[in-house]
Ligand binder design. Structure first.
Ligand code: ATP
Ligand code: MG
Length: 422
């Protein structure tokens, strides 16, 4: 019988990888807590209409990437393709938005039916940040600075670039859209196929077309910057001023539009050239209209989401994962001869009692090639116990593959202490 395999584009994360995930998650949590953000955990399934209404009917996600199905009652449900809509839904449902300022974060799997390739999967993971109730550029600056701090902690700051743009108000964008459509409609036959279709459905997306002819055509097209309303201009200049003051470097990219309908004013992406086509590791912006669009009262909001798989790929590509991260334990404990196993079990627990945080694994199984096996575990400290003729426990401590101490009974814990604390 054929063996059952995982779904294409949905990955198992195995023990050689989980320490890296935990390292990234730990670092992210530390940074988020330094800014006072609170975690929210949402379900992975929502009503389909939530995503249609928020992300937009004519976006790539809603048109062709959602995992949508009817449940047993015939209700249309969707595996969440992103977290913002769910986060807004949850916050609104529980009365966390009206007249309040909130800073939330979440993490977890997202689902999109895309062609699986490096950095692009059907189940992938995001860490997202969403803030509510703050209309000014200070919070735009904060979420960007927070992400920059994370890159710094991970050693990535030199490998990512911040691309920044402003989309202006809804009205300004509508005027611009009209001018862009007029210009491009007159040159429709020169556009790539996707862009021709978008001309009818989502013309702003043409700005980030990957097609070279289309990009060349855009060189003479109307630019969004010329259509910006005064308030958005002011907002953007305050933001760039704060980023300048904070020493956060950015590139203004007037063609950065983002694929979701709900953005206004600030949009940004952190991109790298080290991962090929899947170069965006974090993306976000301001979405002042979304809460109202989903039935709440008008609430300004800013957020971003980062792709965990892409960040891990980047850390691995650049060899930035600290050595110690991949070690599942610090000390391996084994008996050198038969008949001591029950003491090994107890002794390991004594060590765990005495040294909080010391990660001890004991050897279980046969006594053959015990030193070799202990070394193969990669543990920096190995303790091999034996018994003297008058049944006292003693042993040898190995450190990074070398025997460094012979221990007599009574000494063992002190010697471990000196290595552990060093
Ligand atoms: P892309 O242009 O690469 O398709 P996107 O604009 O669709 O990205 P967002 O919806 O902004 O992506 O999601 C935020 C981040 O989540 C992306 O910048 C990326 O790092 C990550 N991401 C999005 N889709 C996937 C996927 N299918 N597999 C892995 N990571 C993804
Ligand atoms: Mg996409």
């Amino acid at each position: 019988m054929a063996k059952i395999k995982a779904i294409r584009g949905m990955n198992d994360i195995l023990p050689d990888q989980t320490p890296v995930w935990q390292y990234l998650e730990r670092t992210v949590k530390n940074v988020l807590s330094a800014y006072g953000y609170s975690e929210v955990r949402m379900p992975v399934v929502e009503q389909t209409s939530l995503f249609k209404r928020s992300i937009g009917e004519v976006t790539d996600i809603v048109e062709k990437e959602m995992y949508t199905f009817d449940d047993r009652n015939g209700e249309s449900l969707t595996l969440r393709p992103e977290g913002t809509a769910s986060c807004v839904r949850a916050a609104e449902e529980h009365g966390l938005l009206f007249n309040q300022m909130q800073r939330f974060w979440y993490q977890g799997p997202m689902f999109r039916y895309e062609r699986p390739q490096k950095g692009r999967y059907r189940q992938f993971h995001q860490v997202g940040v969403e803030t509510f109730g703050m209309p000014n550029a200070d919070i735009d600056a904060e979420v960007i600075m927070l992400s920059a701090r994370l890159w710094k902690q991970l050693g990535l700051l030199d490998s990512v670039t911040l691309q920044l743009n402003t989309l202006g108000s809804n009205e300004a964008r509508a005027d611009y859209k009209q001018a862009l459509v007029e210009y491009l409609s007159a040159r429709k036959d020169q556009l790539d196929e996707d862009s021709q279709r978008r001309l009818e459905t989502n013309p702003l997306r043409i700005l980030d077309s990957k097609d070279q002819n289309t990009q060349a055509l855009l060189d003479d097209a109307p630019v969004l910057t010329d259509y910006l309303d005064e308030e958005s201009r002011q907002h953007f200049s305050e933001l760039t001023q704060m980023l300048d003051d904070a020493g956060v470097q950015y590139e203004i990219n007037p063609r950065l539009v983002r694929g979701l309908d709900y953005y206004c004013k600030t949009v940004f992406e952190w991109v790298t050239d080290k991962l090929g086509a899947q170069g965006t590791v974090c993306a976000g912006g301001r979405y002042d209209g979304l809460v109202k669009q989903l039935g709440g009262r008008p609430t300004p909001a800013v957020g971003f989401a980062m792709g965990v798989e892409r960040l891990i790929l980047l850390l691995e590509t650049l060899d930035l994962i600290p050595q110690a991260v991949k070690q599942p334990f610090d000390l391996y404990l084994a008996a050198e001869h038969k008949g001591l196993q029950s003491k090994v079990v107890l002794y390991a627990d004594r060590l765990r009692d005495r040294f909080e945080g010391l990660r001890v694994q004991i050897h279980c199984g046969g006594q053959k090639n015990i030193r070799q096996k202990a070394q193969q575990t990669g543990a920096p400290i190995v303790l091999l116990l034996k018994e003297t003729d008058n049944q006292e426990l003693c042993g040898t401590v190995w450190y990074n593959g070398e025997p460094i101490f012979d221990l007599e009974e009574g000494q063992v814990q002190d010697k471990i202490a000196s290595i552990w604390q060093a």
